[in-house]
Write a protein that binds this ligand. Structure first.
Ligand code: IVH
Length: 690
């Protein structure tokens, strides 16, 4: 039964009682979230409560309560922390779940480096601590700044809180580089966590869901005195920027960290080859339960820092490290209902609402059901007992139904063919798995999800305008389209008058919005929320086209399927025809272009910055023939890290063609067009290979 049909069945008395219950419950969550930094439910659950409240109010407008949550925005976010840009991004790790995945990771690294199949790779293995990663900067050996990871590019300055931690050396022992940044994981022991929660419960105070949330909440306290009372541990394991090299191997680097005065996880071990990983994984898996802190796997890092540098990164993860996770944890519970969420691109996603159950230390109340075929394939019915699985950070999944426990009369689930939010037809194109609402911009769910995406962290990231606020502003008609956000300055008084706001917070918001009128092209493209254009594709596009005007011009031209602009788009490495098609569809819709232009008129969109060094900034480069001293992926990755865009075909727009052995038509075409060609040696020189 979907949320919408349920609301339709409510009697007036039921509705009044439920609105009272929702008002109290939402207020309780607001307090937990804003005042105690300890959310009791996931954002999705919270949003579902607010949506339900709004749906009931829409049906029974005369029952809207004076203390209705829809009249109230959540209090201003914790705020108060300055932003810190990470000069070397803080990345995440790809996961392995089995020996095969690990073997494949090793094979990939070898292929990238052009090493023979049997070549041994030496690793350092470290337990993967389930905590919060932080960056600590030291200048002349003194601790000067500490920051959270944030979105990887920008975190929060929590120096004052970190100074209260015994485990953060204020001064490095012995010699150290002029400037060095150390990374590690802040965590809390299981015992301290349980003791804290017990004391909180006894005092009728909020409890935290798991040690990781607790560690995070403790570091993000506005009052360092509170952080000081919490017993936080720290294991150092990584390197950020450094004014001079510190070591040749990761193992030697860990030794250096210990000398400087950091705790390095004592279970860390150097492995002579990948064959030892299996045994180490088993050993740590067995020790896991006896450890004082939570771990969720083992991180394997290639020991040689020279190889690490050559391997570099792909997307948000290094090619030189992998997190091999422990097997997923399972539990059974009852499926109470199936709800339908409508996403930014209109996709209808079924979500299982579960009787709360503890899976590996985390309370789970929802699980994704993916799509209608998945529900049919598993024959999941409301009322069924289901087996749930949670692996690492992955959203919980329903593995299967326990058939013996199916209640009598449980009916197969019928997937709705209308959007539960706007009522438009929801259609599923042949060959696709997803059913989509056809309401487009007219569907409030799509409009609001687009706004939520627009202000999200990797997009406009406006301080004080988080998901909850933007939803409330949308609900109350303050913002309909992204451009409206930049007109909120005209409505400052109205915002100030809202409950939970006031003149200062309204003025702060207006200021924060003004500060974001200047934005980089990649973020801007990402913020538009075009299907399949995530952060990394947005970066590729920004780097390729350089500026907003050329991008817009080439995209409108690329609407034509066989034209030159579409061909150019197709051939950007990493884009390809499916993504090009998606962009063309977006630009073929005049309403989208109107929204885009309206926004562009209100903003200063900065040209894309070339990556690190930028020796090849903005250059378009083609590799052809076989290279002898490096693999093609390594060559491409290096070119991209120097700011070049790598394409497959040679045209007048190509700046450089690197010609390897046995090159064919592309080298010929380069000569015909008068494009500069380089030999492999010249390329090595240009790209700074030793
Ligand atoms: S290395 C570029 N080592 O896991 C490499 N990470 O899933 C970045 N983590 O954000 C991380 N223990 O918060 C590394 N021994 C360890 C770790 C570790 C825990 C966390 C860290 C990172 C996340 C990635």
């Amino acid at each position: 039964m979907s949320e919408a049909t349920e609301v339709e069945r409510l009697t007036e008395a039921d509705a009044a009682a439920e609105l009272a219950r929702l008002a109290a419950e939402i207020a309780r969550h607001d307090r937990a979230y804003h005042e105690q930094d300890a959310p009791l439910v996931s954002d999705a659950e919270y949003d579902a409560l607010r949506r339900r409240n709004a749906a009931i109010e829409a049906r029974f407008p005369h029952l809207v309560r004076p203390d209705s949550p829809s009249a109230r925005v959540g209090a201003a976010p914790a705020g108060g922390f300055a932003k810190v840009r990470h000069r070397v991004p803080m990345l995440s790790l790809d996961n392995a779940f089995a020996a095969d995945d690990f073997a494949e990771f090793c094979a990939r690294a070898r292929r990238f480096l052009g090493l023979a199949v049997g070549t041994r790779l030496r690793f350092v293995a470290e337990p993967k601590i389930d905590g919060l990663s932080i960056s600590l900067t030291y200048e002349d050996g003194r601790f000067v700044r500490g920051a959270t990871r944030g979105d990887g590019s920008e975190g929060e300055d929590v120096t004052a809180n970190l100074r209260t931690m015994d485990k953060v050396p204020q001064k490095l022992r012995g010699k150290s580089p002029k400037r060095v940044e150390i990374r590690g994981e802040v965590f809390m022991t299981k015992a301290d966590f349980l003791a804290f929660n017990e004391a909180q419960a006894a005092a009728g105070q909020r409890i935290y869901a798991n040690p990781r949330n607790f560690a995070a909440g403790s570091l993000r306290q506005l009052d360092p005195a509170i952080t000081a009372q919490r017993k936080l541990g720290l294991f150092a394991y990584g390197m950020g920027e450094s004014s001079e090299p510190v070591a040749d191997t990761h193992w030697a680097y860990l030794a250096r960290l210990r000398k400087w005065g950091f705790d390095v996880n004592p279970l860390s071990r150097r492995l002579a080859g990948e064959a030892d990983a299996d045994a180490f994984q088993q050993e740590i898996g067995l020790a896991r339960g006896t450890l004082a802190y939570d771990i969720d796997g083992v991180v394997y890092k290639i020991d040689d820092l020279g190889l690490q540098r050559r391997l570099g990164f792909v997307g948000r993860a290094p090619r030189w490290a992998i997190a091999w996770k422990f097997p997923a944890e399972q539990a059974t519970t009852v499926l109470a209902d199936i709800g339908i969420q409508v996403g930014r691109t209109g996709a209808l996603t079924p979500v299982a609402q579960l009787e709360p159950v503890n899976v590996g230390g985390v309370l789970v109340t929802r699980a994704t059901l993916h799509n209608e075929d998945e529900i049919a394939r598993k024959d999941v019915r409301v009322g069924d007992t289901v087996v749930l699985q949670r692996a690492g950070d992955v959203i919980p999944q329903i593995l299967e139904v326990v058939p013996e426990r199916r209640p009598k009369g449980a009916e197969p689930y019928v997937f709705p063919d209308r959007c539960p939010v706007c009522g438009s037809l929801a259609v599923r194109p042949p060959g696709e798995a997803v059913r989509r609402c056809t309401g487009g911009l007219a569907c409030p769910a799509q409009a609001v999800e687009r706004l939520v995406h627009f202000v999200s962290r990797a997009a406009f990231d406006i301080e004080g305008l988080g998901e909850k606020t933007i939803r409330a502003f949308h609900e109350d008609g303050l913002v309909g389209t992204p451009a409206d956000i930049f007109r909120l300055a005209d409505r400052e008084a109205e915002i100030a008058a809202r409950e939970g706001w006031g003149e200062t917070s309204a003025a702060n918001l207006v200021r924060a919005i003004a500060a974001r009128r200047r934005i980089g092209l990649a973020r801007f493209i990402y913020a538009l929320g075009i299907r399949r254009i995530g952060e990394s594709n947005a970066r590729l596009l920004a780097r390729h086209y350089g500026g907003f005007a050329p991008w817009r011009a080439r995209m409108t031209a690329a609407v034509e399927a066989d034209g030159e602009a579409r061909h150019e788009l197709d051939s950007i490495l990493g884009i390809g025809p499916a993504i090009a098609e998606e962009l063309a569809e977006f630009f073929a819709e005049p309403r989208n272009v109107a929204v885009l232009d309206e926004l562009a008129a209100l903003l200063t969109i900065e040209d894309a910055e070339p990556a690190e060094g930028g020796a090849l900034a903005g250059k378009s480069i083609v590799f052809t023939g076989s290279l002898e001293t490096m693999t093609r992926p390594e060559a491409k990755a290096r070119a991209e890290s120097l700011g070049a865009k790598v394409t497959d075909s040679v045209s007048r727009r190509t700046d450089l063609v690197v010609v390897g052995a046995d090159a064919g038509s592309k080298a010929k075409r380069a000569t015909e067009l008068g494009v500069r060609t380089l030999t492999e040696d010249e390329w090595r020189e240009l790209a700074g290979f030793g």
